[in-house]
Design a protein around this ligand. Sequence first.
Ligand code: OAD
Ligand code: ZN
Length: 239
Amino acid sequence: MKTIETPILVLTGAGISRESGVPTFRGADGLWKNYRAEELATPEAFARRPELVWEWYDWRRQAIAKCNPNAAHEVIVAIEDATGPGEFLLATQNVDGLHELAGSRNVRRLHGSIWHLRCVRCDHEELNRTVPLAPLPPPCPQCGSFLRPGVVWFGEGLDRVVLDAAFTAARTARTVLVIGTSSLVYPAAALPEIALESGAHVVEVNPEATPLSPYVAERLEGPAAELLPAWWREHAPTD
Ligand code: OAD
Ligand code: ZN
């Protein structure tokens, strides 16, 4: 039994939700009507073709609405349960809300939430779980302009407060779990790099090698829903 050192930072990407049935962004799942995520998840794409971009998000919302958290999401809750106050942070790039549904509490959503909508013109924001949405784009109830998905697009900045919390956790973490992310998209991909510089023990869970792989202490090479529960059984504190 090897107990892990705290504080713990967990960084997740689309791969953790794969076994829940949520399509990832890159790889075989990543295409939708011959568009790549990078072509749709941008402010320029939305300005040019808001119906097309909304159709894609509506399709993702419909897919995600049918999905439940899997064993990997649940293990992350167990890890949080086993840690004291201030010793755990989950930074996720996922917009699907499955961590919250599983019961994770100290979550920072780096790329926002697909269930939150906000107006492109005024300050209206709402939580909206309706699937499918109609009409598309949805109109703002306050000013009649378009609502947009409450996600971060390529070329947009991340929320300062969210980002600061994640970077502080990366600097202080002793153990970092990097689960189901291609480690290609910054600034999220910088979090494990910063933790490595501070001497943290970094564990990567991913069936494929990533640019981070050569630098990590442990690689769990396979699906997170299988390998993470096994890893936690070995490392969970026994008392
Ligand atoms: P990607 O789709 O880029 O990468 C998913 C990763 O999960 C890949 O490295 C896969 O090898 C891995 N994977 C697949 N199945 C897995 C499994 N069962 N268990 C564990 N890992 C598995 O997704 P992200 O890295 O999350 O951003 O992408 C980062 C960001 O780029 C997203 O948040 C989104 C995207 O475009 C924005 O929209 C701003
Ligand atoms: Zn409005």
